[in-house]
Design a binder for this molecule. Structure first.
Ligand SMILES: C[S@@+](CC[C@H](N)C(=O)[O-])C[C@H]1O[C@@H](n2cnc3c(N)ncnc32)[C@H](O)[C@@H]1O
Length: 270
């Protein structure tokens, strides 16, 4: 039997983030979501779907800023439970709900939603093409499919990519922004709006302060001193790797339109 500290040390990345009760916001933060909301024209009668919603922080934010009704789906049952609890705490349960579901096979009818978005979650789905095809299927004609994508804008050393893949159990490659856009356009979508985000530079001191803050929050008060130390050390190692990786990375908001009509070529539009 593993003791509590060993459990923390061996916990996979997504479970560790859930253990820390990290709300997991969109890459590039609040600005990305605001930029998405400004450009997808949601109204209070609209319905949106959030793919791989984690603890639902982005689901709630979109609902708050637009008045639209939202559903978040995630394959991880713990995430859906936490998202549901946080939503009840904010008294938003009538507007926002969550379901355990695989993004590769969505249990919704065709053309149900005005907006189907991911705030970086599609990157975690094993078969991204299948997930994107499903996002397109459940999106209404002339509706929007959006994602916040990370991509390599500089040539990252292979060891960083390998360590990222190891840590998160992913298969990241040195994908650039064109590859990201193509993956969506291959499913019949048309790029509607692109917004380039920014990453803040984080030095060692700030990194340490962040890790200390994360493990010493009142929500984790039941942890022992040893568990906190193990969690702080593990988080520091993860965030140091992310800081290294961010040196080569860009984050872009991509909004696509599911066009019902094939528009004519407009010669002078920029
Ligand atoms: C790190 S989170 C990204 C969330 C994002 N930052 C946000 O604000 O929406 C990735 C999530 O993808 C979920 N996930 C992975 N594979 C999935 C799948 N096949 N279907 C649905 N969710 C999936 C994980 O459980 C995790 O909660």
């Amino acid at each position: 039997m593993q003791n509590a500290v060993e459990k923390i040390i061996t916990m996979p990345y997504v479970d560790f983030m859930a253990f820390l009760k990290e709300t997991n916001r969109a890459p590039g933060g609040e600005k990305m979501l605001t930029e998405m909301i400004k450009n997808v024209f949601l109204h209070s009668d609209a319905k949106f779907l959030h793919i791989a919603c984690n603890t639902g922080s982005s689901t709630r934010e979109v609902a708050k800023l637009t008045g639209a009704k939202g559903i978040g789906i995630d394959i991880n049952e713990n995430m859906v439970t936490t998202a549901t609890e946080l939503t009840a705490k904010e008294e938003m349960s009538e507007q926002v709900s969550y379901k355990v579901m695989n993004a590769q096979s969505l249990d919704f009818s065709d053309a149900e939603f005005n907006l189907v978005f991911s705030a970086g979650g599609v990157a975690f789905v094993p078969d991204k093409k299948k997930a994107i095809a499903e996002m397109v299927r459940v999106c209404k004609d002339d509706g929007f499919v959006a994602d916040v994508v990370m991509y390599y804008k500089k040539d990252a050393p292979q060891y960083i990519i390998d360590e990222m893949n190891n840590l998160m159990n992913l298969n990241i490659q040195k994908w650039g922004i064109d590859y990201r856009v193509d993956t969506y356009e291959e499913q019949g979508l048309k790029l509607f709006h692109k917004y380039e985000g920014e990453y803040a530079h984080v030095d060692h001191k700030k990194l340490l302060e962040y890790c200390r803050y994360m493990v010493n929050r009142p929500e984790l008060s039941e942890l022992s001193a040893d568990e906190k130390k193990a969690a702080e050390y593990k988080l520091f190692r993860i965030m140091s790797l992310f800081t290294e990786n961010h040196k080569y990375l860009g984050a872009s908001l991509l909004i696509f339109r599911k066009k019902s009509v094939n528009e004519q070529w407009s010669l002078f539009s920029a």
